[in-house]
Design a protein around this ligand. Structure first.
Ligand code: ASP
Ligand code: MG
Length: 408
């Protein structure tokens, strides 16, 4: 018998019929003798609907009241799911975040979990009851309702699993696992049986939006085995765990290809080559709360610098405005921008123990005549910036070069 935490996302509980379907699944696990803690999101579209209502009331809705409002979405689902479970003869009890006592800090709309009381849940579990907890919400030490940021129910699931020392945290969603790349781009992308926390973080932050990034970080920190699987089809899903060293040798070089279409490139040309210039140029960008991704600097023969970096496409105009002012002060020649670029990355812990992965990647891109504009690497990732019109071609070429189409 094991303790399982299962989280069902908005699409899995989008209608009363779907909630009944979830109840059926959960009751079957309970029948097998597992102790079950279920975390649910709001019914699909509900959180957006509530945020829309708030925006009709106030230009910048009050954060405390926003949390009181949006937390109601999950409160509806826990009650409905418990009713459906009871209707199937499966005893269950619902808990809001405050009732469990998921204690958070007081940063409304983006609160962080500090502590979870497990006693009440434990006594329910021991009495054979299914515990159903509202995702995404907690309570601060003054009793105010807080929420954990969009997609926060994943984090609730992982945090409960860590606190209860559950055997696994299972995230049920509308896809059947984590894929080697986006199947809409590469039709023979494969579901991965297993991936490490580190790899998942790189894949997630690069745009494979299966899991909230914070949930993956949390699971890695507390070593909670995490599994992504489909609510609507049977299957093993993808297990996300620690990288046990001895397995690394057998790991494929590359586990997945990630990409991000939301990047734009900014080049500041002809900056005087002197100490402190990069910081003078980039500090105002940071102060304007603009996140910088890839940065490259090179010195030209005339002793001036070109500094090129990427930002989120939606922040390009803002970035340009900030830079034009700084550039005038620094005496730079010109600011050039390009919003038709993308970032493509190969990700894999197998890279750690193998040389030559980068050259294999660059050779594959060269073979398709794709020009690489910028390169950046980390221990388990190599990213390139290329023209957006080559995105599909690049991802497909890399997917087959690193044998991701074939079963391992
Ligand atoms: N209902 C919240 C949202 O839509 C939390 C979640 O579903 O994870 O962001
Ligand atoms: Mg989600």
């Amino acid at each position: 018998m094991s303790v399982l935490v299962q989280k069902f996302g908005g699409t899995s509980v989008g209608t009363t019929d779907k909630i009944k379907n979830v109840a059926k699944k959960v009751a079957a696990f309970r029948e097998q003798g597992h102790q079950m803690v279920i975390v649910v999101s709001a019914m699909s579209g509900e959180t957006n609907r509530l945020i829309g209502l708030a925006n009709e009331m106030q230009k910048q809705p009050d954060p405390r009241e926003m949390d009181v409002l949006v937390s109601t979405g999950e409160q509806v689902t826990i009650a409905l799911l418990c009713m459906a479970l009871k209707d199937q003869g499966c005893d269950a009890r619902s808990y809001t975040g405050g009732q469990v006592k998921i204690l958070t800090d007081d940063s409304h709309t983006k609160a962080r979990i500090q502590n979870i009381d497990v006693e009440n849940m434990r006594s329910d579990l021991e009495a054979g009851r299914v515990v159903v907890v509202a995702g995404f919400q907690g309570v601060d030490d003054e009793g105010n309702i807080t929420t954990l940021g969009r997609g926060g129910s994943d984090t609730t699931g992982v945090a409960l699993a860590a606190a209860l020392k559950a055997d696994e945290c299972q995230i049920y969603t509308d896809v059947d696992g984590v894929y080697t790349t986006d199947p809409r781009v590469v039709s023979n992308a494969r579901r991965l049986d297993k991936i490490t926390f580190e790899e998942m973080l790189e894949m997630a932050s690069l745009g494979s939006k299966v899991l909230q990034i914070r949930a993956v970080e949390f699971a890695g920190k507390y070593n909670v085995p995490l599994r992504v699987l489909s609510t609507f089809e049977d299957g093993p899903g993808t297990l996300i765990t620690l990288d046990e060293d001895n397995e690394t040798m057998e790991q494929p070089l590359v586990s997945g290809i990630a990409f991000n279409r939301d990047e734009a490139k900014v080049s500041v040309l002809g900056v005087p080559d002197a100490p402190g210039v990069a910081s003078k140029l980039l500090a105002p960008i940071g102060e304007a709360n603009i996140e910088i991704d890839v940065i490259v600097q090179n010195v030209a023969a005339d002793k001036t610098n070109d500094i090129t970096f990427t930002v989120n496409r939606s922040e390009l105009e803002k970035t340009k405005k900030v830079l034009e002012k700084v550039c005038a002060e620094l005496g730079a020649r010109e600011v050039a921008t390009d919003s038709s670029i993308v970032k493509v990355s190969i990700v894999g812990v197998g890279m750690r123990s193998h040389a030559g992965v980068a050259s294999k990647m660059f050779t594959a891109l060269a073979g398709e005549n794709i020009n690489i504009q910028m390169i950046t690497t980390s221990e388990i990732k190599i990213s390139v910036i290329i023209d957006e019109k080559y995105l599909e071609l690049a991802v497909r070429a890399l997917h087959s070069t690193f044998d991701l189409d074939k079963a391992p």
